[in-house]
Design a protein around this ligand. Structure first.
Ligand code: HEC
Length: 134
């Protein structure tokens, strides 16, 4: 006979551990892109900058990694905040932006702690400007 009390306890523990592991290992940029961003960016839905299109991405890449990532995170016109997925961490989102930039000729790497700090600062700046400009 299976002891169901033990079973449900073990399941809860396994879920807890899986959740902890998830928090420690952010998804790769490619994974996030495929799961979330590709829905619009693969084909350029609503004028989303199309994946791999160097002509469109070159001026965006020129804005710099911290600025572009922060603006996209906050949301730009038809681009929803966090790509419309509130469960994404800022690190995962940033990795997806870097992945898209690389696909269009940029040399952006997955953000390290320093870059994540700069993205946070740009986010604060952007939010402040959005709140003051009507
Ligand atoms: C619902 C559709 C949609 C999804 C999903 C989406 N985007 Fe976008 N994205 C857009 C559109 C539309 C624009 C163009 C906004 C504009 O300039 O008017 C855009 C623009 C951007 C830009 C350029 C921002 C700028 O300052 O011009 C970046 C970077 C970006 N998206 C990253 C992402 C990432 C990363 C994801 C996935 C986590 C994602 N997007 C998911 C629609 C989407």
């Amino acid at each position: 006979m299976i002891d169901l009390r033990f079973f449900s306890g073990a399941t809860a523990l396994a879920l807890l551990l899986a959740g902890a592991a998830h928090a420690q290992t952010p998804k790769s940029g490619e994974q996030v892109y495929k799961e979330v961003c590709a829905a619009c960016h693969a084909q350029g839905v609503a004028n989303a900058p199309k994946f791999g299109d160097k002509k469109i991405w070159t001026p965006l890449i020129a804005e710099g990694q911290a600025v572009l990532t922060a603006h996209a995170w906050v949301g730009v016109r038809a681009m929803p905040p966090r790509g419309g997925n509130p469960n994404l961490s800022q690190e995962e989102f940033s990795r997806a932006v870097a992945y898209m930039a690389r696909a269009a000729g940029g040399n952006w790497r997955d953000p390290d702690a320093k870059m994540l700090g700069r993205i946070k600062a740009e986010e604060a700046e952007r939010v402040k400007n959005l709140n003051t400009k009507k």
